[in-house]
Ligand binder design. Structure first.
Ligand code: C2E
Ligand code: MG
Ligand code: MG
Length: 587
């Protein structure tokens, strides 16, 4: 009988490695099952198992003849076996002072013989043991038998490594995956070490999706591989590279290393296109750096924080940035808002529409009103559409939200009509509303249901919405206009529209963005606004000036030929009940 008096070497690192295996705990593996079966046949024993010795328990990756799936680590045979790296045998368990009072020796199954071969990683950590158990007395294993058990234990380790690889390797990059990064960061934290997590956001996710849709998955595979190779060319080979999402890569940089030169190198290596020779692709790289240590890994949503930093850095073209914890509050608020959005959309009482009049600048008459969403959140208070619409647009909730607005707005027009008030209502529409024909169909159904003249209704789109899928948008807009509903381009002049494209767009009206009204004292601004108005008029659009706050601006807009205006000077957005009063007060 050999003895292993010491505790397992490197217990902390050993446990970290054991923790990585927990992902395998739930699923049975046929190969390991075969190995333990072979062990019972080969050694003629009723019980055999692959035991993993965890912090407080041993659990079984495969077992035969044993009904329980885990037992306490304390006083277990396997916890003794893993104190060394060679064969561990207990010949007469009932006469061995370490085990004679063990419940499985004294009671069922009545263990008499136990032999185990430690399961050792290539770097010498013992994760558990392949063990065979007999309830009969028997002599020690012969040399041949011992080496057979050692061979089986080797097979078990090969299988464990394979299983882990399946779980931790990303395809097609061949890099480690996000689960593995999370594990490795935890191991680092357990060891009390600090590091800097560097996340590289290589492509805008929307662009990635377009490539998937437009060029296909095979090319995307090549693209990811070429990004991987680029990264491997600059990131030192001793740092593990991870792919944490389709377009994002990461590594952990030791705390003492300055991230700046490496980040600069990474940015520089993406200055030339990636992809294939036939289809070169320009990346838009952003890098986020987040210091991580035991504290951060427990307290913060660290990976999300690093990813958000990288994303933002990419979007703003800032190259690389350290994570700014104050941004977390913004992120947190966004999550809160998003979480409550569903209830608001499908609930009854949180959302309302306010209406802001649009005035004919020459007659002074109110031509129409714009429906603007208002959200009264039960705990967060009033949330402005400028905050929640962009968030909703990232979710599947934007479409139902727009449909809700459409129905409310039409019902309002119908109510006003019934009260003898003839007003056109304009609603704001998001880019994704145009992605399916559902929106236009619903509009027709509702116009019918409320018995409305389509000319009572107007849709406002921003330039960016129109640029998304130009062809699809054009057909949808054409259908909408053919039905008699007016279409206007909102926030006009802030996008990147080219005039040739705009000229071909089926729209009736442009609404000059309110930012133009702010700085009209500068001659340069004046020239710019005038040019935009002139061009719009020449293209035959009806021109509406948004954000008119002062009589001077009103005068200017009138003089430059704008047809209509909207702004606080005339009225702020108001609840529907106030609209008739406001109109009659104006005469
Ligand atoms: P928008 O469509 O350009 O609406 C005009 C915004 O300017 C409104 O802000 C309005 O209250 C504000 N405004 C009007 N006159 C003045 C003025 O004289 N001075 C200033 N400083 N502001 C003025 P609001 O209601 O906060 O809406 C912001 C944006 O949210 C809207 O811009 C629109 O893009 C979006 N939005 C609002 N309701 C909806 C909706 O039902 N659906 C969609 N998709 N977007 C909406
Ligand atoms: Mg609008
Ligand atoms: Mg606007």
């Amino acid at each position: 009988m050999n003895m292993h008096p010491e505790a397992p070497i490197n217990e902390a690192e050993r446990l970290a490695r054991v923790r990585e295996l927990r992902a395998l705990e739930e699923t049975a593996d046929h190969v390991l099952d075969h190995i333990v079966h072979m062990a019972t046949q080969c050694f003629d024993v009723p019980m055999a198992m692959v035991s993993i010795v965890d912090e407080h328990r041993q659990w079984f990756l495969a077992r035969i003849g044993v009904t329980v799936v885990e037992t306490p680590r304390e006083r277990s045979f396997c916890s003794e076996a893993i104190k060394g790296t060679t064969l561990f045998e207990v010949i007469d368990a009932d006469r061995d002072e370490r085990f004679e009072s063990h419940p499985m020796v004294v009671g069922p199954p009545g263990i008499r013989f136990y032999a185990a071969m430690p399961l050792t990683t290539t770097d010498g950590l013992v994760l558990g043991a392949l063990c065979i158990i007999d309830t009969q007395r028997r002599p020690p294993l012969t040399l041949r038998q011992a080496s057979a058990l050692a061979m089986l234990a080797k097979l078990v380790m090969i299988r464990i490594v394979n299983l882990r690889t399946q779980n931790y390797v990303d395809q097609p990059s061949g890099l480690l995956n996000r689960s593995r990064l999370e594990q490795d960061a935890r191991i680092l934290a357990t060891a009390g070490k600090r590091a800097r997590l560097v996340v590289i956001d290589a492509l805008a996710p929307s662009y990635y999706d377009e490539v998937v849709r437009g060029i296909g998955l095979e090319f995307v595979g090549d693209l990811i591989l070429s990004i991987t190779v680029r990264l491997q060319g600059v990131v030192p080979p001793d740092l593990a590279l991870y792919r944490v999402s389709p377009t994002r890569f990461a590594f952990l940089l030791p705390d003492e290393t300055d991230p700046a030169p490496l980040c600069e190198d990474i940015l520089a290596c993406f200055e030339t296109p990636v992809g294939t020779e036939r289809i070169p692709v320009h990346t838009q790289v952003g890098i986020g750096v987040l210091p991580v240590g035991p504290q951060e890994l427990i307290e913060t949503d660290w990976l999300r924080a690093a990813i958000a930093t990288a994303d933002e850095t990419r979007e703003r073209g800032h190259g690389w940035r350290y994570h700014d914890p104050s941004r977390d509050h913004i992120q947190l608020r966004a999550v809160q808002v998003l979480n409550s959005l569903c209830e608001a959309v499908y609930g009854q009482d949180q959302l309302r529409l306010h209406y802001q009049p649009r005035i004919d600048l020459h007659t002074g008459a109110c031509t129409s009103v714009e429906a603007l969403l208002r959200w009264q959140h039960p705990t967060l208070g009033t949330i402005s559409p400028g905050e929640f619409i962009p968030l909703a647009e990232k979710t599947a909730l934007m479409r139902p939200l727009s449909l809700w607005v459409m129905e409310q707005a039409m019902r309002q027009v119908a109510d006003w009509e019934a009260a003898g008030l003839h007003l056109r209502v304009a609603m704001n529409v998001s880019a994704i509303d145009l992605d399916s024909p559902q929106f236009a169909e619903r509009m027709h159904t509702l116009l019918d249901r409320f018995g409305l003249d389509p000319r009572c209704f107007e849709l406002e789109f921003t330039e960016s919405a129109l640029m998304r899928h130009p062809e699809l948008v054009r057909t949808q807009l054409q259908r909408i206009r053919d039905a008699g509903v007016e279409v206007s381009i909102d926030d006009f002049g802030t996008g990147y529209s080219n005039w040739t494209y705009l000229r071909a767009l089926p729209a009736d009206t442009v609404k000059l963005d309110q930012s133009f009204m702010r700085d009209l004292s500068q001659p340069r601004e004046q020239r710019l606004v005038r040019t935009i108005i002139d061009l719009s008029l020449e293209l035959g659009y009806r021109v509406v000036a948004e954000g008119i706050e002062t009589p001077d601006v009103l005068e200017q807009m009138r003089a430059w030929g704008c047809h209509e205006g909207q702004g606080y000077l005339f009225a702020r957005p108001m609840p529907p009940a106030s609209v008739p009063q406001w109109l009659s007060a104006r005469g």
